[in-house]
Ligand binder design. Structure first.
Ligand SMILES: CSCCC(=O)C(=O)COP(=O)(O)O
Ligand code: ZN
Length: 245
Protein backbone atom coordinates (compact mmCIF):
# COMPACT_ATOMS: atom_id res chain seq x y z
CA UNK A 1 0.00 0.00 0.00
CA UNK A 2 1.18 3.56 -0.75
CA UNK A 3 0.67 6.53 1.61
CA UNK A 4 -2.28 7.55 -0.61
CA UNK A 5 -3.93 4.17 -0.05
CA UNK A 6 -3.21 2.64 -3.47
CA UNK A 7 -2.26 -0.98 -3.93
CA UNK A 8 1.06 -0.73 -5.85
CA UNK A 9 0.06 -3.71 -7.99
CA UNK A 10 -3.47 -2.56 -8.71
CA UNK A 11 -4.53 -2.96 -12.34
CA UNK A 12 -7.41 -0.47 -12.03
CA UNK A 13 -5.11 2.48 -12.82
CA UNK A 14 -4.02 1.03 -16.17
CA UNK A 15 -6.92 -1.12 -17.42
CA UNK A 16 -9.48 0.66 -19.60
CA UNK A 17 -11.46 -0.11 -22.77
CA UNK A 18 -10.75 3.50 -23.85
CA UNK A 19 -7.97 3.58 -26.47
CA UNK A 20 -7.18 7.14 -25.30
CA UNK A 21 -6.42 6.02 -21.73
CA UNK A 22 -2.73 6.93 -21.07
CA UNK A 23 -1.72 3.30 -20.38
CA UNK A 24 -3.23 2.21 -23.74
CA UNK A 25 -1.78 5.23 -25.53
CA UNK A 26 1.77 4.57 -24.29
CA UNK A 27 1.59 1.02 -25.68
CA UNK A 28 0.10 2.03 -29.05
CA UNK A 29 2.48 5.00 -29.46
CA UNK A 30 5.51 2.81 -28.76
CA UNK A 31 4.35 0.34 -31.42
CA UNK A 32 4.16 3.24 -33.91
CA UNK A 33 7.52 4.64 -32.77
CA UNK A 34 9.15 1.23 -33.23
CA UNK A 35 8.02 1.38 -36.88
CA UNK A 36 9.80 4.75 -37.26
CA UNK A 37 13.03 3.33 -35.73
CA UNK A 38 12.61 5.63 -32.71
CA UNK A 39 12.51 2.98 -29.92
CA UNK A 40 14.69 0.24 -31.37
CA UNK A 41 16.40 -2.25 -29.06
CA UNK A 42 14.57 -1.06 -25.88
CA UNK A 43 15.84 2.54 -26.23
CA UNK A 44 13.61 5.63 -26.14
CA UNK A 45 10.04 5.86 -24.86
CA UNK A 46 7.15 8.11 -23.92
CA UNK A 47 5.49 9.37 -20.75
CA UNK A 48 2.08 11.00 -20.26
CA UNK A 49 0.88 13.34 -17.47
CA UNK A 50 -2.83 12.96 -16.93
CA UNK A 51 -4.72 14.67 -14.09
CA UNK A 52 -2.62 14.04 -10.97
CA UNK A 53 -0.79 11.06 -12.40
CA UNK A 54 2.30 10.32 -14.52
CA UNK A 55 2.22 7.18 -16.68
CA UNK A 56 5.62 5.60 -17.40
CA UNK A 57 7.00 2.58 -19.26
CA UNK A 58 9.31 0.03 -17.66
CA UNK A 59 13.06 0.18 -18.29
CA UNK A 60 14.95 -2.08 -20.68
CA UNK A 61 11.94 -3.83 -22.23
CA UNK A 62 10.96 -4.18 -25.89
CA UNK A 63 8.86 -1.02 -25.98
CA UNK A 64 6.81 -2.18 -28.98
CA UNK A 65 5.58 -5.25 -27.06
CA UNK A 66 4.46 -3.45 -23.90
CA UNK A 67 1.01 -4.05 -22.46
CA UNK A 68 -0.98 -1.77 -20.10
CA UNK A 69 -0.22 -4.07 -17.13
CA UNK A 70 3.49 -3.20 -17.52
CA UNK A 71 2.86 0.55 -17.00
CA UNK A 72 4.03 2.41 -13.88
CA UNK A 73 1.90 5.19 -12.38
CA UNK A 74 3.37 7.98 -10.25
CA UNK A 75 1.53 10.53 -8.15
CA UNK A 76 2.76 13.83 -9.64
CA UNK A 77 2.60 15.88 -6.43
CA UNK A 78 4.41 13.44 -4.14
CA UNK A 79 6.51 11.67 -6.83
CA UNK A 80 5.44 8.43 -5.17
CA UNK A 81 4.76 5.35 -7.33
CA UNK A 82 1.12 4.38 -6.87
CA UNK A 83 1.48 1.48 -9.31
CA UNK A 84 4.76 -0.43 -9.60
CA UNK A 85 4.62 -3.72 -11.52
CA UNK A 86 6.61 -6.37 -9.69
CA UNK A 87 9.93 -7.46 -11.21
CA UNK A 88 10.12 -4.33 -13.39
CA UNK A 89 12.07 -1.09 -13.00
CA UNK A 90 10.70 2.29 -14.06
CA UNK A 91 12.21 3.92 -17.19
CA UNK A 92 15.64 5.49 -16.69
CA UNK A 93 14.18 8.47 -18.59
CA UNK A 94 11.77 9.25 -15.70
CA UNK A 95 13.72 12.30 -14.33
CA UNK A 96 13.96 13.71 -17.88
CA UNK A 97 10.24 13.27 -18.54
CA UNK A 98 9.52 14.91 -15.17
CA UNK A 99 11.66 17.90 -16.20
CA UNK A 100 9.38 18.49 -19.21
CA UNK A 101 6.25 18.22 -17.03
CA UNK A 102 7.58 20.55 -14.31
CA UNK A 103 9.60 23.13 -16.24
CA UNK A 104 7.36 23.31 -19.35
CA UNK A 105 3.95 22.22 -18.08
CA UNK A 106 4.03 19.46 -20.71
CA UNK A 107 1.35 16.75 -20.83
CA UNK A 108 3.48 14.32 -22.82
CA UNK A 109 7.19 13.83 -23.43
CA UNK A 110 8.70 11.56 -26.11
CA UNK A 111 12.30 10.29 -26.19
CA UNK A 112 13.55 8.87 -29.50
CA UNK A 113 16.79 7.21 -30.53
CA UNK A 114 16.18 8.23 -34.14
CA UNK A 115 19.30 7.92 -36.27
CA UNK A 116 18.43 11.26 -37.92
CA UNK A 117 18.58 13.00 -34.53
CA UNK A 118 21.91 11.32 -33.76
CA UNK A 119 23.33 12.27 -37.18
CA UNK A 120 22.52 15.99 -36.87
CA UNK A 121 24.29 16.06 -33.48
CA UNK A 122 27.34 14.47 -35.15
CA UNK A 123 27.32 16.99 -38.03
CA UNK A 124 27.15 19.87 -35.51
CA UNK A 125 29.89 18.29 -33.38
CA UNK A 126 32.17 17.93 -36.40
CA UNK A 127 31.60 21.62 -37.27
CA UNK A 128 30.26 20.55 -40.67
CA UNK A 129 27.10 22.68 -40.27
CA UNK A 130 25.96 25.30 -37.74
CA UNK A 131 27.30 25.39 -34.20
CA UNK A 132 28.37 22.57 -31.88
CA UNK A 133 25.74 23.24 -29.19
CA UNK A 134 22.67 23.91 -31.33
CA UNK A 135 20.90 22.55 -34.41
CA UNK A 136 19.52 25.44 -36.51
CA UNK A 137 17.39 25.36 -39.65
CA UNK A 138 15.24 27.92 -41.48
CA UNK A 139 12.95 28.40 -44.48
CA UNK A 140 11.55 24.88 -44.58
CA UNK A 141 7.74 24.59 -44.49
CA UNK A 142 7.72 21.87 -41.79
CA UNK A 143 9.16 24.38 -39.25
CA UNK A 144 5.56 25.67 -38.99
CA UNK A 145 4.68 22.42 -37.18
CA UNK A 146 6.83 23.48 -34.20
CA UNK A 147 5.47 25.62 -31.35
CA UNK A 148 7.59 28.09 -29.41
CA UNK A 149 8.48 26.43 -26.11
CA UNK A 150 6.80 23.20 -27.18
CA UNK A 151 3.52 23.80 -25.38
CA UNK A 152 2.55 27.19 -26.84
CA UNK A 153 -0.92 27.61 -28.22
CA UNK A 154 -1.58 31.37 -28.21
CA UNK A 155 0.06 34.02 -30.37
CA UNK A 156 1.26 36.47 -27.71
CA UNK A 157 2.00 35.52 -24.11
CA UNK A 158 1.94 37.85 -21.11
CA UNK A 159 4.87 40.24 -21.25
CA UNK A 160 4.77 40.32 -25.04
CA UNK A 161 6.85 37.16 -25.56
CA UNK A 162 5.72 35.40 -28.74
CA UNK A 163 4.19 31.95 -28.37
CA UNK A 164 2.27 30.06 -31.05
CA UNK A 165 4.07 28.21 -33.82
CA UNK A 166 7.21 29.18 -35.70
CA UNK A 167 6.67 30.85 -39.06
CA UNK A 168 8.34 29.95 -42.34
CA UNK A 169 10.88 32.77 -41.93
CA UNK A 170 11.79 31.92 -38.31
CA UNK A 171 14.90 29.93 -37.49
CA UNK A 172 14.22 26.79 -35.47
CA UNK A 173 16.92 26.19 -32.84
CA UNK A 174 17.21 22.96 -30.85
CA UNK A 175 19.96 22.87 -28.17
CA UNK A 176 22.33 19.90 -28.05
CA UNK A 177 23.60 18.55 -24.72
CA UNK A 178 26.42 16.04 -24.28
CA UNK A 179 25.56 12.41 -23.53
CA UNK A 180 26.32 10.77 -20.17
CA UNK A 181 27.04 7.17 -19.19
CA UNK A 182 23.60 6.81 -17.57
CA UNK A 183 20.33 8.28 -18.90
CA UNK A 184 19.29 9.72 -15.53
CA UNK A 185 22.55 11.74 -15.33
CA UNK A 186 21.28 13.86 -18.25
CA UNK A 187 18.78 15.54 -15.91
CA UNK A 188 20.90 18.53 -14.90
CA UNK A 189 22.06 19.51 -18.40
CA UNK A 190 18.61 18.88 -19.90
CA UNK A 191 16.99 21.16 -17.30
CA UNK A 192 19.69 23.80 -17.91
CA UNK A 193 19.03 23.67 -21.67
CA UNK A 194 15.26 24.01 -21.09
CA UNK A 195 15.85 27.13 -19.01
CA UNK A 196 18.44 28.64 -21.38
CA UNK A 197 16.35 28.00 -24.52
CA UNK A 198 12.76 29.02 -23.61
CA UNK A 199 11.64 28.79 -27.28
CA UNK A 200 12.72 25.19 -27.80
CA UNK A 201 10.26 22.27 -27.91
CA UNK A 202 13.05 19.70 -27.62
CA UNK A 203 16.58 18.94 -26.49
CA UNK A 204 18.96 16.85 -28.62
CA UNK A 205 21.40 14.54 -26.82
CA UNK A 206 24.68 14.10 -28.68
CA UNK A 207 25.23 10.57 -30.08
CA UNK A 208 21.99 9.46 -28.33
CA UNK A 209 18.68 10.98 -29.54
CA UNK A 210 16.15 13.65 -28.65
CA UNK A 211 13.58 14.58 -25.98
CA UNK A 212 10.47 16.32 -27.40
CA UNK A 213 7.44 17.51 -25.44
CA UNK A 214 4.00 19.04 -26.01
CA UNK A 215 0.99 20.23 -24.06
CA UNK A 216 -0.69 16.90 -24.85
CA UNK A 217 -0.03 13.65 -26.70
CA UNK A 218 -1.07 15.05 -30.09
CA UNK A 219 1.23 18.06 -29.86
CA UNK A 220 4.20 16.03 -28.56
CA UNK A 221 3.71 13.39 -31.30
CA UNK A 222 3.27 15.84 -34.19
CA UNK A 223 6.28 17.87 -33.03
CA UNK A 224 8.37 14.70 -32.75
CA UNK A 225 7.30 13.86 -36.33
CA UNK A 226 8.08 17.37 -37.64
CA UNK A 227 11.47 17.35 -35.94
CA UNK A 228 12.36 13.93 -37.29
CA UNK A 229 11.37 15.11 -40.79
CA UNK A 230 13.62 18.18 -40.35
CA UNK A 231 16.54 16.12 -38.97
CA UNK A 232 16.34 13.70 -41.90
CA UNK A 233 16.01 16.54 -44.39
CA UNK A 234 19.04 18.27 -42.81
CA UNK A 235 21.17 15.15 -43.20
CA UNK A 236 20.10 14.74 -46.83
CA UNK A 237 20.70 18.48 -47.50
CA UNK A 238 24.17 18.14 -46.04
CA UNK A 239 24.92 15.19 -48.32
CA UNK A 240 23.96 17.40 -51.29
CA UNK A 241 26.22 20.24 -50.08
CA UNK A 242 23.24 22.44 -49.08
CA UNK A 243 23.30 24.70 -46.00
CA UNK A 244 20.58 24.49 -43.29
CA UNK A 245 20.31 28.25 -42.69
C1 LIG B 1 19.72 0.69 -25.60
S1 LIG B 1 18.76 1.70 -24.63
C2 LIG B 1 19.81 2.52 -23.45
C3 LIG B 1 19.02 3.35 -22.46
C4 LIG B 1 18.35 4.51 -23.12
O1 LIG B 1 19.02 5.38 -23.70
C5 LIG B 1 16.90 4.65 -23.15
O2 LIG B 1 16.40 5.61 -23.66
C6 LIG B 1 15.99 3.61 -22.59
O3 LIG B 1 15.71 3.80 -21.29
P1 LIG B 1 14.65 2.85 -20.55
O4 LIG B 1 15.13 2.81 -19.13
O5 LIG B 1 13.31 3.53 -20.70
O6 LIG B 1 14.64 1.50 -21.20
ZN1 ZN C 1 17.81 7.08 -24.48
Amino acid sequence: MTSTGHDVNSDALVQSPDSKHPANLICSLCRQFYGHGWVTGTGGGVSIRHDKHIFLAPSGVEKELMQPEHIFVMDYASREYIRRPLALKSSACTPLFLAAFTLRGAGCCIHTHSQWAVLVTLLCEAGMQGRKGVFEISQIEQIKGISRGGTGSTEIAEGGRKLGNLSYFDTMRIPIIENTAHEEDLKESLEKAMLEWPETCAVLVRRHGVYVWGKDVTQAKTQAESLDYLFQLAVEMHKLGLKWT
